[in-house]
Write a protein that binds this ligand. Structure first.
Ligand SMILES: [Zn+2]
Length: 263
């Protein structure tokens, strides 16, 4: 058994006993990791505040390779992202980014780039000057980068089935990217979707994009985010829970607006 330290995001928490919880972390150096936090349910336990979903923490733990669940020995809060948690939509978007990164990561896998991307994404989205509509656009940018770090970003220039270079992009296969008119596709892209995807591909710094344009932001909310989430779901082979929540949230908001209009 050895003592270790790492930085981590709190992904899931489960009650284990009356006093203990199991926490799933995304760590930079060990990928997915589960730890037991003993006594965390006891009154005035200093860890209970730090161990909240979406928090970024420094953890100390004892490691045993034969164990699936490690033992937490110390927790220090780095950031609890209060700005982000104040806005339900931003919170769900942050969950979506973390869930994607976590789902693509194995245990015992070094994922420095993915981890750093999540840090950057949370920093961008939690900025109080960023609207929740703008946060959707930023989420698309960061999800795209996470796909790149995992080597599965959609190919947008050559047919992924026959290798033919494409001048005009129209058809798409969730297997890997665009396809020519002769190969089997899952979806036809409209010109707006193509424009949005190409922008993501060449974007170095998402904060450099002027975002006042409502039509631009609505494209990312209505078409690009759903598209990227379908792509991710296809590759993970399971649905993204946070995206389902995001859709429900939008549905409620739209219904609420219609209801207000009627009155
Ligand atoms: Zn082809």
């Amino acid at each position: 058994m050895s003592a270790n330290q790492t930085e981590a995001f709190v992904v899931h928490l489960y009650d284990y006993s009356e006093t203990s919880r199991i926490i799933q972390f995304l760590t930079a150096h060990r990928g997915k990791m589960s730890c037991i936090a003993k006594g965390v349910h006891r009154k005035n336990n200093p860890w209970s505040f730090s161990l909240d979903r979406l928090n970024r923490v420094e953890i100390f733990y004892t490691w045993k390779s034969t164990r699936e669940v490690q033992t937490l020995t110390e927790v220090n809060l780095i950031d609890s992202y209060p700005e982000l948690k104040r806005d339900i939509k931003k919170q769900v978007l942050a969950s979506l980014i973390l869930e994607t990164a976590f789902s693509m990561t194995e245990t015992e896998q070094k994922v420095l780039k993915t981890y750093t991307q999540v840090c950057k994404a949370f920093e961008h989205i939690s900025n109080s000057g960023i609207s929740s509509e703008h946060a959707v656009f930023l989420t698309c940018c960061h999800l795209w980068q996470i796909l790149i770090h995992n080597g599965i970003e959609p190919q947008l220039h050559i047919c992924v089935r026959c290798g033919k270079p494409l001048k005009e992009v129209r058809h798409f296969s969730f297997q890997g990217g665009v396809v020519c008119e002769n190969c089997k596709s899952d979806k036809t892209l409209d010109s707006e979707e193509v424009r949005g995807l190409q922008l993501l591909q060449y974007l170095e710094d998402p904060l450099n994009i002027p975002y006042e344009n409502k039509a631009f932001l609505s494209l990312f909310e209505k078409k690009i985010l759903p598209f990227i989430c379908s792509f991710i779901t296809f590759h993970l082979r399971h649905p993204l829970k946070s995206y389902n929540v995001f859709q429900e949230l939008n549905h409620i908001t739209i219904q609420g607006v219609n209801h207000e209009k009627q009155n």
